[in-house]
Design a protein around this ligand. Structure first.
Ligand SMILES: [Zn+2]
Length: 424
């Protein structure tokens, strides 16, 4: 056969066969790959589904533990898993828990703190401030130890704003709003005074200000004894309580945390916004505003603690003009930034009679209808257009002088009190 016809044979017969084989092989391969891909996709979808389901269950459980029963039920009902037995059971539990809430008619306790001492060795260093810190302050360790004891006793953080509501029949009056909790639970209102991080405390082992940490949570900026600044979650009430509630959602009723009582003369939350103006002011607000937003989003509310915290409050020599200037300045400089509030936490715990013109001014003109003073005994007085609630200090003074009373009401002092306190 001529070379040329061999070539033609090769091209005419062998090539088509080769192509056919290749195509077949290719087809089989393609089929195999499609099968594997389908299995993989199925597996992926199953994993995704499993994750979505578990995520929903986890979310519903957290809502349930935090007393958001109707919200948890809604989440479970609206999902595509509502026919599953586990989900049906959880929906039943939500309905039952909601139906089993009982009206609470006992004492409403209100406890308060100042900024916590983070480095006791700096606070109790024997200088002229040490004695005051020992009396009126609480250490971060003590605060941490109080929380599980309060929880064990059935306390649940409660929003003070939910104690009252507008009288439906009279816009100038308020009425008490009923408290519904699971049987055995007790509302606890918590406040922190002077969340300003004053200059005079900077060398004494307190936080410098509230900031956001790398996870976007509210944290404390503290300066350690070596003078190095660090951001941590142990430096004051806010991050400690946030973390505790994250671990034990049943310690907070429907997201309530506490009240941050702010003065104004040194700014607020560690930001000296009332010392500066122009671009400096704007720069501070850029740092402060996200902290304020996060606090609000996580259940914290604000109160006016006067602008000046002047001693004319303590010795009751304050004039009407001074009261007006003080409250107006607070509303204009601090309320305008953190949001206006109807809560007034008096400086030095002073209290007024309901008909005192100074008090009438705060209630009527400045719209503060929840007023908090200080007293060892819990009391809540309801007037026509305001309530007056006493608060008890859980600090060195109380722990050293009212050990038995604290044991009856809140916690066992011996388990809590910081051994680093001065021995007196
Ligand atoms: Zn104060």
């Amino acid at each position: 056969m001529a070379e040329k016809s061999k070539k033609i044979m090769f091209v005419a017969v062998f090539v088509p066969v080769l192509v056919l084989v290749c195509l077949l092989l290719g087809f089989v391969d393609a089929q195999k790959i499609t099968d594997i891909k389908a299995i993989e996709a199925k597996e992926k979808a199953a994993v995704k589904e499993w994750l979505a389901y578990n995520n929903m269950i986890k979310q519903a459980d957290t809502l349930y533990q935090g007393y958001f029963y109707e919200e948890a039920e809604k989440l479970l009902q609206n999902g595509k898993y509502k026919e599953r037995d586990e989900v049906k059971q959880k929906i039943e539990n939500c309905k039952l828990a909601q139906a089993n809430l009982v009206e609470y008619n006992g004492t409403v306790e209100h406890v308060f703190f100042h900024s916590l001492i983070f480095y006791p060795e700096l606070a109790f260093d024997g200088d002229h401030m040490a004695e005051g810190y020992d009396l009126w302050m609480t250490t971060a360790d003590e605060f941490k130890k109080m929380l599980p004891q309060l929880r064990d006793r059935g306390y649940v953080l409660y929003n003070i704003e939910d104690l009252i509501e507008q009288d439906p029949n009279d816009p100038n009056k308020i009425v008490r709003k009923a408290i519904y909790l699971p049987e055995g639970k007790k509302p606890l209102i918590l406040s922190v005074d002077d969340v300003n991080y004053y200059d005079y405390m900077q060398k004494d082992g307190f936080a410098k200000r509230l900031v956001l940490d790398e996870d976007g949570e509210v944290a404390t900026l503290v300066k350690n004894p070596e003078g190095i600044e660090e951001i941590n979650r142990n430096g004051d009430v806010v991050p400690i309580l946030d973390d505790f509630v994250k671990e034990y959602p049943d310690f907070s009723f429907r997201g309530a945390k506490g009240i941050l009582a702010l003065t104004g003369y040194a700014g607020a939350l560690g930001y000296r916004i009332t010392d500066v103006s122009g671009d400096d002011y704007k720069a501070l607000r850029t740092k402060m505003d996200p902290v304020v937003a996060k606090l609000k989003q996580t259940g914290w509310i604000f109160a006016c603690h006067s602008y000046t915290h002047n001693s004319y409050f303590k010795n009751y020599t304050i004039t009407m003009q001074q009261m007006q200037d003080d409250a107006t300045r607070w509303r204009d400089t601090i309320g305008a930034v953190v949001g206006q509030t109807n809560i007034y936490i008096s400086p030095f715990g002073v209290s007024y009679k309901n008909n005192d013109p100074l008090y009438r001014y705060l209630v009527k003109q400045k719209k503060f209808n929840i007023f908090c003073s200080v007293a060892a005994k819990a009391s809540l007085i309801k007037n026509d257009d305001n309530i007056i609630m006493s608060r008890i200090n859980l600090d060195g003074f109380s722990m050293k002088n009212h050990k038995e009373m604290l044991k009856q009401r809140f916690f066992n002092v011996d388990d809590v009190i910081d051994v680093r306190r001065p021995k007196t």
